[in-house]
Design a protein around this ligand. Structure first.
Ligand SMILES: [Zn+2]
Length: 154
């Protein structure tokens, strides 16, 4: 018996047990495979997650997108976690390159923009935990990014 990691067209991941790779292909061809979550018969084999190598990482940690073969030009058949990670890092890049760095003036600027005292734009910068909470309390939409400012790395 061999175990294959399978992914349905709706992105549900599950395991399938087969007598052999040929057995898998034959079942797939005859549309005998279906997703246990949504029942869809469109199921693809995906590379097994390298769980053993993740060490201290949580079990659902995204796998390295570089390890995923590019089966088709779009992302069909790829690990949904890898896709999510790619989209997320792209969004983060966008945010970091298109926003204005106002540094420690962030809480003041965020407030001014919110109350329309400063021109509407995307800004980024640093705020203390207290300043961050004050902004949230005032209903100002700010988000913490999991990118620590360089000076706090040491
Ligand atoms: Zn499904």
């Amino acid at each position: 018996m061999i175990v294959f990691d399978l992914l349905c067209a709706s992105g549900h991941r599950f395991e399938g047990w087969f007598g052999s790779a040929a057995d898998f292909m034959s079942q797939k061809k005859r549309k005998l495979l279906s997703c246990p979550t949504c029942g869809v018969a469109k199921v693809e084999r995906v590379p097994s997650a390298t769980r053993a190598n993740l060490g201290a990482e949580p079990p659902k940690a995204p796998t390295n997108p570089a390890q995923q073969p590019a089966k088709t030009p779009d992302m069909q058949g790829k690990d949904p976690f890898a896709i999510a990670q790619m989209l997320y890092s792209r969004m983060l890049d966008d945010l970091l390159t298109k926003s204005e760095d106002v540094g420690k003036a962030f809480p003041t600027e965020a407030r001014k923009i919110f109350y329309k005292e400063s021109p509407q734009r995307s800004i980024r910068g640093q705020a203390t935990q207290e300043e961050h909470e004050e902004l949230i309390d005032e209903g100002i939409p700010v988000a913490r990014l999991p990118v620590p400012p360089k000076e706090s790395l040491n």
